[in-house]
Design a protein around this ligand. Structure first.
Ligand SMILES: Cc1ncc(COP(=O)(O)O)c(C=O)c1O
Length: 432
């Protein structure tokens, strides 16, 4: 029995119970940790306590959504205040304007906003809007790009990018979607110049492949070729929005997309998604301006504009406003990446580091990946062994197959040093 199993007996029991009613015993496949997931009883800051009383330092922070950590007091207080006034209104209310105004103030490409309840839906509606506006049906994405489970973008996600990503996925829904490698401007240009595509959708920093930064001129080059060909540039900033800067990666790299997809952080720990852009594009949703259904882009959802997500989002964005959080977490990110590079630079184990701001990823290979195909070359056995090693030391992230992590404001320099020490032990002790 492993040391993890010895200290997680109650979690094991819960897991067996979960498996009877939840496929794989989980609510999302990527949470099915080996040998079984620990079950969290309490989450505060960046500390998780499981049902057996074990503590973990969380480097996954709610799929990257919790930039202020778990249950920040000011957000919880604001939510508490809203609860007796309605948890789900189903009519118009002021909070939905409040959050949209904050998004418009911060995100360079945003003049108008519409909400959804997840990043997946935001991508679904956002790309529908792009197709309607451009008057074309085909879409271009990036190999390895993850935009949630929306059928038409659920293509070319996992290496070698040729197989169906899911049973039951109708090939007709993906046949108008093509994919190109990240950071290769020539290939993208060639495709876009065919003038067949409504849009190219990409994460400006490729988080799915380990927070890989765009190379100099890449995003600018995409902007130019999109302008030249009437193709919309869509940035999926579900991860990078309000994380790399208040205005996301588009602020950091100075490239304005036509449409921006948001999620995660803007919900302050509650379910959300949003798509936003200039009035000229967004008004295609407006039934006053486009009364005929065949001209108008349909959008909706029972829980859209949910007041709890709105108030939590507003409070979170207000807490981020003075910029101090970014200075703190980016500094921690730099310390972590420098520390890891220093460790790996000693040459005991081939490994490289990627990441921007408060994010970092470890690739067990000697080259720094430029795209998802490169990341796929990571040593899978070392990646998994590293995950198990870190978990045994109470350090947790997802997934076991890709070592990528987020930092949040409750993380401390001590958390970073503990992480680095545990990694050094791994580097010294790992035998392939
Ligand atoms: C870049 C990106 N887009 C979209 C999504 C989907 O968001 P959600 O899980 O809220 O549907 C994710 C989720 O991790 C993501 O990382």
């Amino acid at each position: 029995m492993s040391s993890f199993e010895k200290k997680t007996m109650k979690s094991k029991e819960l897991y067996e119970r979960a498996c009877r009613v939840l496929p794989s015993g989980v609510s999302y496949g990527i949470r099915a940790l080996p040998p079984y997931p620990f079950f969290v009883e309490e989450a505060q800051g960046v500390k998780l306590k499981d049902v057996d009383g074990n503590e973990y330092t969380d480097f996954w922070v709610g799929h990257g959504a919790l930039i202020l950590g778990h249950s920040p007091k000011r957000v919880i207080d604001a939510v508490r205040k809203q609860l007796p006034n309605g948890t789900h209104i189903g009519f118009s209310h002021e909070l939905e304007i409040e959050l949209a105004e904050r998004i418009v103030r911060n995100v360079p490409s945003a003049e108008m906003v519409r909400y959804t309840t997840s990043g997946t839906e935001a991508n679904m509606y956002g790309t529908r809007l792009a197709r309607a506006y451009a008057g074309r049906m085909k879409m271009l994405k990036i190999e390895g790009g993850w935009h949630g489970g929306y059928d038409s973008l659920h293509k070319a996600v996992s290496y070698p990018f040729t197989k169906s990503e899911s049973a039951g996925l109708n090939p007709k829904t993906t046949e108008d979607t093509d994919a190109v490698p990240f950071n290769d401007l020539d290939i993208a240009r060639k495709r876009i110049r065919s003038r067949e595509y409504a849009c190219i959708i990409l994460e400006p920093v490729m988080c799915a492949a380990g927070f890989i930064a765009p190379e100099s001129g890449y995003l600018q080059g995409l902007r130019e070729v999109c302008d030249e060909t009437g193709t919309l540039l869509v940035f999926d900033e579900v991860v990078t929005g309000f994380r790399l800067a208040p205005g996301g990666a588009q602020e950091l790299y100075g490239v304005k997309p036509d449409l921006t997809i948001l999620g995660k952080i803007i919900g302050g720990g509650f379910p959300i998604g949003a798509f936003c852009g200039p009035t000229e594009i967004m008004e295609r949703i407006d039934q006053k301006k486009y009364p005929k259904s065949e001209d108008r882009v349909a959008h909706g959802g029972t829980f859209t504009g949910n007041p709890i997500s709105m108030v939590a989002g507003c409070t979170t964005l207000d807490l981020l406003k003075d910029g101090k959080t970014y200075i703190t977490i980016d500094k921690l990110g730099r310390r972590m990446r420098d520390g890891l590079e220093d460790l790996f630079g000693r040459g005991r184990l081939p490994a490289t580091v990627t990441g921007v701001g408060s994010t970092f990823a470890i690739h067990f290979q000697s080259k720094i990946p430029r795209n998802s195909a490169d990341t796929a070359r990571n040593d899978a056995a070392a990646t998994k062994a590293y995950f198990t090693h870190m978990l045994d030391r109470g350090i947790i992230y997802l997934s076991p197959n890709v070592s990528h992590c987020w930092l949040s404001s409750p993380h401390t320099t001590e958390d970073i040093e503990t992480y680095l020490t545990a990694t050094e032990e791994f580097v010294r002790g790992y035998k392939p």
